[in-house]
Design a protein around this ligand. Structure first.
Ligand code: NAP
Ligand code: MG
Length: 401
C-alpha cells in the first residue's frame, strides 16, 4: 500500500551528520510507504557557495509559493568553516535568510517521553516558545567609547522634520554604547503568528516584557500584542485559547513551576536564551521540534539542533555513531501532515501520526540513542546506533500499517 501526497513539498537538504540522517529517514521510513514529490533545494554549504547563496533565497521563495517546506540542519559558516570547505566567504545563516523572506516566527516545542523525565518536576506538558526573530540586539550598532564624551540617540525624519534627540550618557571616561530597534510591522506579524498558533493549538498564549523599565520600547511590544489580541478575541475564546501578559521576570518564575501546555511568546533575546534552557530542561536538543510560521500561514519544519558536526567527523572516520534522528523524523511528519491538512488527505495525516507514535514507542520501549540513554529513567547502559534506531522505528511502524 502506498499513500499519495497530492501536492509537492519543498525539501531543503543540508550538511554533515543531519544530511546522512536525512537520506536514511527518507529511504527507510518514508519512500517505502508514501508516494510524494518534492521541490528539492540543496543547501549543502558548498552548493550555497557555488550559487553565491542564491539557492537559499530560492528555497525560501518556493516555500512562500507552495506553502510547506521541510529543512535539514545547515552550517552557518564561520572562519574555520570557510577554510574547511574552501568557501568564497562567510555566507549568512540560511535560517536567518529564510526567516527574513517568510517574515516568520519560530515555534519550538519539545517532544515528551515517559522515560525521559524533564529536569523540572512540574513540567508535564510541552512549553512552546515563539521567538520573535527580527531586530533588537541582533541588529544593533555598538560603540566602544574610548573616553569622555556624550552618547546620544538621534532620529532624523525622512520628511526633513526636526530630528529627535535623547542623551543616553555623559561619559566621564571609557565605556560602551548600544543602539537597537524594531518595527511596528515586524512586531505585529510576530503577534499575529503567535495568536494563530495559539488558536490552532487551542493553547494559552503568554507574552512578557520589561515594560516597567523600558516604558517606550518594551511597552510598544506590549501594546501591539494587546491590540492584535483584541482583534481576535472571539476567535481565541471559541478555540479555547487565551492571553496573559506579565513581566518577563514574573513569567520566568511562573514557568519554572508551571505544568506546561502553553505558548510563550518571547522577544528576540529572551527567546534565544529561554529556548536553550527549555530544550535542555526537557531532555535533549534532539527532542526539540521547530517550525517557522509566516503571518499568512506558510510553514517550514525542521529539527532545532545543528548538523551534529562531531558525530559527522566520527562517521567519516568509519566509526559507528549514535545520533538521534527523532527531531528530523518529526520535521518530515510535521511537513507531510501539514500538506495532508491543506490537501484534505486524511490518510497522509494518519500515516504521519503512526510514524510519530512508532518513534515514541521505540524510545519508551528502551531503544534509544546515546544522548537519551544518558538521561533516561531508568538509566540505560546500552544504546542504539544511528542506523539501528531508524531500523527499530521502521519495525514498529510496520506493525501499525
Ligand atoms: P549541534 O549540531 O546542535 O550539536 C551540539 C551537540 O549537541 C552535539 O555535539 C551533540 O553532543 C548534541 N546533539 C545535537 N543534536 C544531536 C542529535 N540529533 N543526536 C545526538 N546528539 C545531538 O550544534 P553545534 O555543534 O553548535 O553546531 C554544528 C553546526 O550546526 C554549526 O556549523 C552550526 O552553524 C550549525 N547549526 C545549524 C542549525 C540549523 O540549521 N537549524 C542550528 C544550530 C547549529 P555530543 O557531541 O556531546 O554528542
Ligand atoms: Mg540560543
Amino acid at each position: 500500500m502506498t499513500i499519495k501526497v497530492q501536492t509537492p513539498i519543498v525539501e531543503i537538504d543540508g550538511d554533515e551528520m543531519t544530511r546522512i540522517i536525512w537520506q536514511m529517514v527518507k529511504d527507510r521510513l518514508l519512500l517505502p510507504y508514501m508516494q510524494f514529490e518534492t521541490l528539492y533545494y540543496d543547501l549543502h554549504v558548498q552548493h550555497r557557495d557555488r550559487t553565491e547563496d542564491k539557492v537559499t533565497a530560492e528555497a525560501a521563495r518556493a516555500i512562500a509559493r507552495h506553502g510547506v517546506g521541510v529543512k535539514c540542519a545547515t552550517i552557518t559558516p564561520n572562519a574555520a568553516r570557510v577554510r574547511e570547505y574552501g568557501l568564497k566567504m562567510q555566507w549568512p545563516s540560511p535560517n536567518g535568510t529564510i526567516r527574513g523572506i517568510l517574515d516568520g516566527t519560530v515555534f519550538r516545542e519539545p517532544i515528551l517521553l515517559e522515560n525521559i523525565p524533564p529536569t523540572v518536576r512540574t513540567w508535564k506538558k510541552p512549553i512552546v516558545i515563539g521567538r520573535h526573530a527580527y531586530g533588537d540586539v541582533y541588529k544593533n550598532q555598538e560603540i566602544q567609547v574610548p573616553g569622555p564624551g556624550r552618547g546620544e540617540l538621534v532620529f532624523t525624519p525622512a520628511d526633513g522634520g526636526e530630528p529627535i534627540r535623547r542623551r543616553i550618557q555623559e561619559f566621564a571616561g571609557p565605556g560602551v554604547l548600544q543602539g537597537i530597534h524594531n518595527t511596528e510591522h515586524s512586531i505585529r506579524s510576530f503577534a499575529q503568528s503567535c495568536i494563530r498558533y495559539a488558536i490552532n493549538q487551542r493553547m494559552p498564549l503568554w507574552f512578557a516584557a520589561k515594560d516597567t523599565i523600558s516604558k517606550t520600547y518594551h511597552a510598544y511590544f506590549r501594546d501591539i500584542f494587546q491590540e492584535e489580541v483584541d482583534k481576535c478575541e472571539s476567535e481565541m475564546e471559541a478555540s479555547g485559547a487565551s492571553y496573559f501578559y506579565t513581566l518577563i521576570d514574573d513569567a520566568v518564575a511562573r514557568i519554572i513551576r508551571h505544568e506546561g501546555g502553553i505558548l510563550w511568546a518571547c522577544m528576540n533575546y529572551d527567546g534565544d536564551v529561554m529556548s536553550d534552557m527549555l530544550a535542555s530542561g526537557f531532555g535533549s536538543l534532539a527532542l526539540m521540534k521547530s517550525v517557522l510560521v509566516s503571518p499568512t500561514g506558510q510553514m517550514e519544519f525542521e529539527a532545532a539542533h545543528g548538523t551534529v558536526q562531531r558525530h559527522y567527523y566520527a562517521h567519516l572516520k568509519g566509526e559507528t555513531t549514535s545520533t538521534n534522528s527523532t527531531a528530523t523524523i518529526f520535521a518530515w511528519t510535521g511537513a507531510l501532515a501539514r500538506r495532508g491538512e491543506l490537501d484534505g488527505t486524511s490518510e497522509v495525516i494518519d500515516f504521519c501520526r503512526k510514524l510519530e507514535a512508532a518513534v515514541i514507542e521505540t524510545i519508551e520501549g528502551g531503544t534509544m540513542t546515546k544522548d537519551l540513554a544518558r538521561v533516561s529513567d531508568p538509566p540505560m547502559d546500552h544504546f542504539a546506533t544511528t542506523s539501528g534506531f531508524i531500523d527499530a522505528v521502521r519495525d514498529r511502524l510496520e506493525e501499525k500499517l
